[in-house]
Ligand binder design. Structure first.
Ligand code: PA5
Length: 434
């Protein structure tokens, strides 16, 4: 099997390769801290060996639930926010056809509880009217306002449409094993439930039922996803020396860039299907590292689309950025540029070439331009966009995030800052106790 590759040679100008490799023993020590559970936030390390510890029986159970919901529902609503939906959406979007929803491929996967948009909920409710739908409600704490609010509305709609008893068979809850309102509600209503382990935080939970159930519901092969993640778990283990350890090298490189004044990391892709992989990554690193008044600000762009919007800033704006590009080695489908006798658009120089070839040249040209413009470049290549390599990519980013957070000196597994807005909102809403 191939694996994802990491190239850092275009990151060197302001920093040197020697500087990165001088961090080898530190990065290795951080990886060992993860492995030995001796670092900050060590009660949240359950994700570390998730891939290799998920059993066939666990996966089969998730698949059975997915199959039974798929059999009776044309639409599945995934209710969750942050780590409770981004990983699933990242994988589903990456591996689904761009026009599946328009072609009404069943089941259609839609999302709720990731915003408080009244119009959004109204339109979702309207869309669901007359359709056979089910709900997967995901919340580790079981008390998050956004998904709780959406679930209350959708549960009522489902019960009104099919009756309480049938609704009960179409609702699955993924939550804490004992705590939180969702656990109480699910037990009382008799829903099928899955547990989010205590020691796995939301943004590291894509390889638990939080991500795996929605992904299986979308008809994506969760065994292959986990197999890819398992391989990456081995490849990035603390027993793998720095020079071969992609997670340690990525973590060390981005921290050296940060120390040299590159405060913003822009994750760029050249495949629109990866948009939500970037959203997931933004949360993973942003929420893990942005604390104690430090941390790289995570941003993301879709190229070439955003070369026509953010390209100017990246090329000539403040030189505080570096770029990490995710590149997919080969497109799955083939579209060739046709020859045209008249050549009125002047594109005959591309006749017979694949669109992916044009895209690759755009990527190379962009890399050269941005590096010349003072933007260090890290490149991650995925051999192909499939379950296996996405599994590798997700785990790679998780492992590197843990190491990177420790290199930065923060606890990558908490998020104390997220509470501030909630307190104010609850006070403004007159929630009892606020
Ligand atoms: O990573 C995290 O911890 C957060 O993004 C949570 O996933 C998010 O806030 C949702 O929390 P919960 O699953 O408790 O509803």
């Amino acid at each position: 099997m191939k694996k994802i590759a990491l190239e850092i040679d275009k990151a060197f100008e302001q920093i040197t390769k020697e500087q990165v490799y001088a961090q080898a023993s530190k990065a290795e020590a951080c990886n060992k801290e993860l492995e030995n559970g001796t670092g900050k936030g060590s009660d949240f390390l359950g994700w570390l060996h998730l891939p290799s510890s998920i059993t066939e029986a666990d996966l089969a159970d998730i698949q059975t639930t997915a199959n039974s919901l798929r059999a009776k529902c044309d639409v599945i609503v995934i209710v969750g926010i942050g780590g409770s939906y981004l990983g699933a959406k990242a994988v589903i979007d990456a591996l689904s056809g761009a026009f599946d929803a328009l072609e009404n491929k069943k089941p259609v996967i839609v999302y709720a509880g990731h915003n408080i948009g009244e119009d959004y909920l109204y339109e979702l409710s309207n869309y669901l009217k007359g359709k056979s739908f089910g709900i997967v409600n995901i919340s580790k704490s079981g008390t998050t306002t956004e998904p709780a609010l959406a679930f209350r509305i959708l549960k009522k709609q489902l019960e009104d449409a099919v009756g309480k008893a049938e609704a009960q068979t179409r609702i699955v809850a993924v939550t804490d094993k004992a705590r939180g309102a969702l656990r109480t509600l699910a037990t009382k209503e008799g829903y099928k439930t899955y547990i989010i382990p205590d020691n796995v935080g939301g943004r590291f939970s894509v390889l638990t039922p939080v991500g795996l159930l929605p992904i299986a519901l979308a008809g994506i092969d969760i065994k292959q996803l986990v197999a890819g993640a398992t391989e990456m778990e081995h490849l990035t283990g603390s027993n793998v020396p720095f020079e071969n350890n992609l997670a340690e090298i990525y973590a060390a490189t981005r921290n050296e860039l940060y120390k040299s004044g590159k405060k913003i990391e822009i994750l760029a892709n050249f495949n629109p299907k990866l948009h939500y992989v970037s959203e997931w990554w933004k949360q993973l690193y942003g929420e893990s590292e942005g604390k104690e008044n430090k941390g790289i600000f995570t941003a993301a762009v879709d190229f070439t689309t955003d070369l026509h919007s953010m390209g100017q800033w990246i090329q000539e704006g403040e030189r505080t950025i570096f770029e990490t590009v995710i590149s997919v080695a080969g497109a799955k489908q083939t579209v060739e540029v046709p020859a045209d006798e008249q050549d009125l658009d002047g594109l005959n120089f591309l006749a017979g070439k694949r669109v992916d070839y044009v895209n690759k040249m755009a990527e190379l040209g962009t890399q050269q331009a941005h590096v010349d413009g003072g933007v260090p470049n890290i490149r991650i290549e995925i051999p192909e966009l499939n379950e296996y390599y996405l599994g590798q990519l997700l785990y790679f980013f998780e492992r590197a995030c843990g190491i990177s957070g420790y290199l930065l000196g923060v606890n990558p597994f908490d998020q104390p800052g997220v509470e501030a807005y909630k307190k104010n909102m609850f006070r403004l809403l007159n929630k009892p106790g606020y």
